[in-house]
Design a protein. Structure first.
Length: 549
């Protein structure tokens, strides 16, 4: 039983392995079929282009032959029409032959959906954003490979396509490199490395971070200012939470706290798409941002994000005229208005009544009062103040990084503990399963032994019965032999005149044949006696002549 069970388990494992191999083979066949279909489609397109070209050539040849035959054919001269000579070509005239369309395999002739790279800086001093353009160039090549799978883009073709997409300063840079190498060529990756090194920004990450602290230009909108932040982040690989924090604190300082409430907790500032709601809020509050100027002594204060009239503020030059009461057209809250807190994301209370928002307002009020009490720094200490602010920011960033690392370590520890418990649980389950399997195997072995003993007992009984039957058969045969011997001794009228001893079977056959002959003789004698006793049959009477008449 155990052997059968082990064999069944092995068969199940082999069947599962064969099924997995079959699935892999089906997937490979599907992939090969897709490649074959794509290759067949490209081949059909190429054949169709060749056929069109041949048809155009045939059409052009037919047209040329027809023109030549018409030109050489002598004109008819019907009756009543004077004979005229056809116009002849002037000397030195060459008939026009249209060009034959051919399919080029050069990388410069493929239409890559990618704009040219001129090397011009979008923002002065911040580089030309060559990595982003290189990604779009690689995406265009991938799209071209997907459309034409039979065309393989090697490094030489990539280099040729990249050179074709260069213009302006980038092309001049490439020509300068080519002149420096004195006719020697360099590969695609070498060219990319040189262009990335040439068109990168010369600023350090700290200097780029200082640029993000500058106020928004008056002529730019909120979206354009956000694009500038994203450009700096891409060029210098700055942390996304730090860039979002700079945008919240320096784009519109007087509404920084409201933007914090809209964004949520600090540990969730890891995606620029979260700023879409901030841009929407700023557009509703102060317009698109074009013409908006940050007040000279702007303090971050809390404002409820209520809808206002869309539009731009007046120019920021006239700061001394009036207050901001004319532009405040917010709708007063009513008791029928639904409650919603932008910080807690709940509908149990308003944002103005949020406990966390009140704490932030008190903290910002203390910070603003301390800022107002602090005298303005002198021009001689501006660099020192900038260094201190940068050091504080770096310290905050280091603290944030340390907290993130601690959180990651704690998560890893929890994960390891959970995995250890899971392994222990799995080991216990496996031990229990093995114990049950061993008990089942022992039970199967016990049942197998019992069935084996029962079968052996039955076979012994059958053997005993067979021995008894054989003994009875031998005894009956011995009795028959003795009986026939006795008959042979008592039978003195034996028809056989032979001195050889006769077997019981031959003697029984002889007796049966003798009995048969005597029986036949008796039957014949009885039949004869019966015939003699029967009377004779009467003779037939003859009719007289009168009776016949």
């Amino acid at each position: 039983m155990e052997r059968e069970r082990i064999a069944a388990t092995a068969n199940n494992i082999q069947a599962a392995r064969n099924a997995a191999i079959a699935r892999a083979q089906l997937a490979e066949a599907a992939r090969l079929a897709a490649q074959t279909e794509a290759h067949a489609a490209a081949t059909r397109a190429h054949q169709l282009a060749e056929l069109i070209r041949q048809m155009q050539e045939q059409t052009h040849d037919d047209a040329s032959m027809e023109n030549r035959s018409v030109r050489n054919k002598p004109p008819g001269n019907p009756s009543g029409i004077p004979r005229q000579e056809p116009p002849r070509d002037p000397p030195g005239y060459t008939p026009y032959v249209p060009p034959t369309p051919t399919r080029s395999t050069s990388s410069s002739d493929w239409n890559l959906k990618c704009k040219d790279f001129s090397g011009q800086e979008t923002y002065p001093g911040l580089g030309s954003d060559f990595p982003s353009w290189l990604r779009s160039f690689e995406d265009a090549i991938a799209h071209n490979k997907a459309c034409l799978p039979d065309h393989a883009w090697n490094d030489e073709q990539r280099r040729g396509a990249l050179i074709q997409k260069l213009s302006g300063e980038a092309l001049e840079c490439y020509n300068h490199y080519r002149d420096e190498l004195e006719g020697r060529t360099f590969g695609y990756h070498d060219l990319v490395t040189r262009l990335r090194r040439t068109f990168q920004s010369l600023l350090s990450p700290n200097q780029a971070a200082e640029l993000l602290k500058a106020p928004k230009p008056v002529s730019k909108s909120w979206l354009a200012h956000l694009r500038f932040y994203r450009h700096v982040q891409r060029q210098f690989a700055l942390p996304v939470p730090m860039v979002i924090r700079y945008f919240v604190h320096h784009a519109c300082p007087e509404r920084a706290e409201t933007m914090k409430l809209i964004l949520g907790f600090d540990n969730e500032w890891n995606d620029f798409r979260k700023l879409d709601s901030v841009i929407t809020y700023l557009t509703q509050e102060v317009g698109t941002g074009v013409g908006y100027k940050t007040p000279k002594h702007a303090h971050a204060h809390f404002t409820t994000p209520t809808p206002r009239n869309r539009g731009t503020r007046r120019d920021g030059d006239d700061d001394s005229s009036g207050d901001d009461k004319s532009s405040d057209t917010s709708i007063p809250p009513s008791r029928f208005q639904k409650k919603w807190c932008e910080r807690c994301r709940r509908n149990t209370h308003n944002t103005t009544d949020c406990y966390g928002a009140k704490r932030l307002r008190k903290k910002d009020a203390k910070a603003n009062s301390a800022t107002d009490a602090t005298p303005e720094p002198q021009p001689t200490s501006i660099a020192k103040s900038i260094e201190e602010a940068l050091a504080r920011q770096l310290a905050r960033d280091d603290e944030w990084i340390r907290k993130q690392q601690a959180a990651i370590a704690e998560d890893r520890r929890r994960h390891d503990e959970q995995m250890r418990k899971q392994r222990m649980f799995d080991a216990q389950q496996h031990h229990e399963w093995m114990r049950k399997q061993q008990a089942a195997i022992a039970e199967d072995q016990r049942r197998y032994d019992e069935r084996t003993r029962e079968d052996q007992r039955r076979r012994d009984e059958q053997d005993e019965q067979m021995r008894k039957q054989l003994a009875d058969e031998q005894r009956r045969n011995e009795e028959a032999r003795r009986f026939h011997e006795q008959i042979a001794r008592t039978n003195t009228k034996s028809p056989l005149k032979s001195d050889e001893p006769k077997s019981p079977q031959s003697m029984l056959t002889h007796k049966l044949s003798t009995n048969t002959r005597s029986r036949k003789r008796t039957t014949t004698l009885k039949a004869r006696a019966t015939i003699k006793k029967q009377p004779p049959s009467p003779k037939p009477q003859t009719l007289s002549a009168n009776a016949q008449k």
